[in-house]
Design a protein around this ligand. Structure first.
Ligand code: ZN
Length: 302
């Protein structure tokens, strides 16, 4: 029997995630109650997806010490082909991208990721650093922030519990991940409607940002005993009174730290990753943002 969407106790699906999250609720989002959609899927449920995201930042994490080497020489241009089976998707990732997908039996997630990896590869003309492995696993930055997704220097892309929750909501409601993303765009009222897709590009922004380990948030650097904080400090000074930069991220992103800091402006690493994600999605970037992106070694695209 297919699940009847309308009778699902939506609140119970989302509430535990929100309550048990260790994230210090860095995102402020509206969660207005709304009536049923014509398709019989509760808008409130979809706003719930937004609310769950509200508990997560796209934290770039960076636990293990490692290196930056790319294992596989990638083709300058790869044609994305949607897989019809999980095996096919796993094989596509392995053979074309050098990526090991360890995400269970989630065909539409596999296709979603492969398409993004291909896009990044093609826009970077075969020079992109892609994950060695993708896993579904909750994950925390060294300063304790839990991530929606994360990247580490062993080139592992982790999809955190909120990402997994969205996948599970989709399964229960018989929606593909792409459909969930579309509903999120339409109903979440998030000023960052591409948040879910952008989160993956964001992590690949870390992946392709040389020396990003030295450009993390001050508490992250402190947490693993990194004494050289000059790049992050210089960045914080650069963006401090820059209205154009502030307004751009204030308008287009919704992730905030507890103290209200715009997450993108919390460190050069997060700034570069977010700017990279916007560029990948074809958004035009103010010159002032571009200048700082280049100054801190943002990956060259195209
Ligand atoms: Zn990040």
């Amino acid at each position: 029997m297919p699940t009847n969407f309308n009778t699902l106790p939506n609140r119970n699906i989302y509430q535990p995630m929100i309550n048990t999250s260790t994230v210090s609720n860095p995102v402020k989002k509206e969660t207005a109650q709304q009536p049923q959609t014509e398709k019989g899927i509760s808008k409130k449920a979809l706003v719930g997806i937004g609310a769950s995201l509200a508990a997560a930042a796209t934290v770039g994490i960076l636990l293990a010490k490692g290196n930056f080497r790319q294992a596989k020489q990638l083709a300058e241009h790869i044609d994305f082909k949607e897989a019809k089976t999980m095996d096919e998707a796993v094989q596509f990732a392995k053979e074309n991208l050098g990526v090991k997908l360890q995400i269970g039996d989630n065909l539409d997630v596999a296709n979603f990721l492969n398409e993004i990896f291909v896009d990044v590869n093609n826009k970077m003309k075969g020079k992109a650093v892609l994950p060695k492995k993708v896993k579904m696993q909750a994950t925390n930055a060294t300063d304790g922030l839990e991530g929606f997704a994360s990247w580490n220097t062993k080139r592992v892309l982790k999809l955190g519990s909120d990402f997994e929750a969205i996948v599970n909501i989709g399964k229960e409601k018989r929606l593909t991940l792409k459909e969930c993303i579309e509903y999120y765009k339409e109903f979440s009222k998030d000023k960052d409607p591409n948040f879910i897709t952008r989160a993956i590009y964001h992590e690949l922004g870390h992946a392709n940002h040389k020396n990003f380990m030295k450009m993390r948030r001050l508490p992250e650097l402190k947490a693993d005993g990194n004494k050289d904080t000059h790049l992050t400090e210089e960045f914080l000074q650069d963006v401090k009174d820059n209205k154009v930069v502030h307004d751009f991220f204030d308008k287009n992103t919704s992730t905030r730290l507890d103290d209200g800091t715009i997450y993108s402006l919390s460190s050069p690493a997060e700034f570069v990753a977010d700017t990279f994600s916007f560029k990948m999605l074809g958004k035009s970037i103010p010159e002032e943002v571009e200048k700082i992106y280049q100054k801190f070694g943002g990956p060259v695209i195209g």
